[in-house]
Design a protein around this ligand. Structure first.
Ligand code: CIR
Length: 255
C-alpha cells in the first residue's frame, strides 16, 4: 500500500480567490508557488507519493484540492463546493481519483466542501458552515452509511470550514478553537486549545504520526510540542492570505 497525496499547482489567478473572513492582501505568486513546492516536498519526505495536477488558469482557488473530494478507504465522494466559482474544480479531481476509488457525487441542492469533513476513524464530523448545507450533509451520510461510517453534523461559528476550527494532531487528540466549535461535540477525544492570540491556528495536517503545521502560529506550535506532538513546520503564509492552510492543499489516502 502506498500513501498517495493529490495536489494541484497554484493558479496564476490566485489573487482572485474567494475570501469570506479575510480582507484581500496581495499574494506573491512566485512565493506562493515556492511555498507550495516545499509543502509537497514535506509530504514526500513523510512517505507520500505526490501526484500533482497542472495549474488551472481560470480557477483561482483550485490549489485547495481538499474541498473537491472526500476520500475514504472504500470510496471517493466528489463534492459540490458551496462557492459557485469553485464547482468546476471537481472535474479534474474526479479524474485523478478514478484510478483509485469508486466515485460518488454530491448533487444539487446539496453543497459540501471537503474542508468541512473531519474523519476520525469511522466517524465523519461535518461542519454546517456557509459552504456545506443540510442537503449536502444528508447526501454524504446516505452515501457512506453502507461502508459503516457515521456522519455527525457540527455547527461552526465565525469561520470558513469545520477544519478551520478543529483538526486532528494525534490518534486521539484534536487541536481546536473553542470560539468557533463546541469541544463537547467530540466526546471521548482529548484536545488542545489554540493560543488565544492565534485564532486561525487550528488547522494541522496529520500524516501518520507527524503533524504538518504552519510556521505562522509559533505560540500554538509550542503548545503542540509541549503536549508531545511531533510537528514539522512549513511556511504557507501566501496560501493563508487566500484563506487556505495545510489540510486544504492535499488529498491524502492509501492505495
Ligand atoms: C475559499 O474561500 O474557498 C478559498 N479561498 C479557501 C479554501 C480553503 N479550503 C480549506 O481550508 N479546506
Amino acid at each position: 500500500m502506498m500513501q498517495i497525496a493529490i495536489t494541484r499547482q497554484v493558479s496564476p489567478s490566485i489573487n482572485q480567490c474567494e475570501l469570506t473572513y479575510l480582507t484581500r492582501d496581495a499574494i506573491d505568486l512566485p512565493l506562493a508557488k515556492q511555498q507550495h513546492r516545499q509543502y509537497e516536498d514535506c509530504l514526500e519526505k513523510l512517505g507520500c507519493e505526490v501526484h500533482t495536477l497542472p495549474s488551472e488558469e481560470n480557477l483561482p482557488d483550485s490549489v485547495f484540492v481538499e474541498d473537491a473530494a472526500i476520500v475514504l478507504g472504500e470510496v471517493g465522494i466528489i463534492t459540490r463546493p458551496g462557492a459557485e466559482s469553485r464547482r468546476p474544480e471537481v472535474v479534474s479531481i474526479a479524474g485523478a481519483l478514478l484510478p483509485f476509488r469508486e466515485i460518488f457525487y454530491i448533487k444539487p441542492p446539496g453543497t459540501l466542501d471537503g474542508g468541512d469533513v473531519l474523519q476520525i476513524g469511522k466517524t465523519l464530523y461535518v461542519g454546517n458552515s456557509g459552504r456545506s448545507n443540510n442537503a449536502g450533509i444528508a447526501q454524504l451520510a446516505e452515501l457512506v452509511m453502507p461502508f459503516g461510517y457515521n456522519v455527525v453534523g457540527v455547527d461552526v461559528y465565525g469561520c470558513l470550514h469545520l477544519k478551520s476550527a478543529v483538526t486532528q494532531v494525534a490518534h486521539d487528540v484534536l487541536l481546536l478553537n473553542r470560539a468557533w466549535v463546541n469541544p463537547d461535540v467530540f466526546l471521548g477525544l482529548d484536545y488542545i486549545d489554540v493560543h488565544p492570540v492565534e485564532p486561525h491556528a487550528a488547522n494541522a495536517l496529520l500524516v501518520d504520526q507527524t503533524t504538518v503545521y504552519s510556521t505562522t502560529y509559533p505560540l500554538t506550535h509550542d503548545r503542540l510540542e509541549k503536549k508531545g506532538i511531533h510537528v514539522v513546520a512549513v511556511d504557507v503564509s501566501e496560501l493563508i492570505k487566500a484563506e487556505g492552510a495545510v489540510t486544504c492543499c492535499s488529498l491524502i489516502f492509501l492505495a
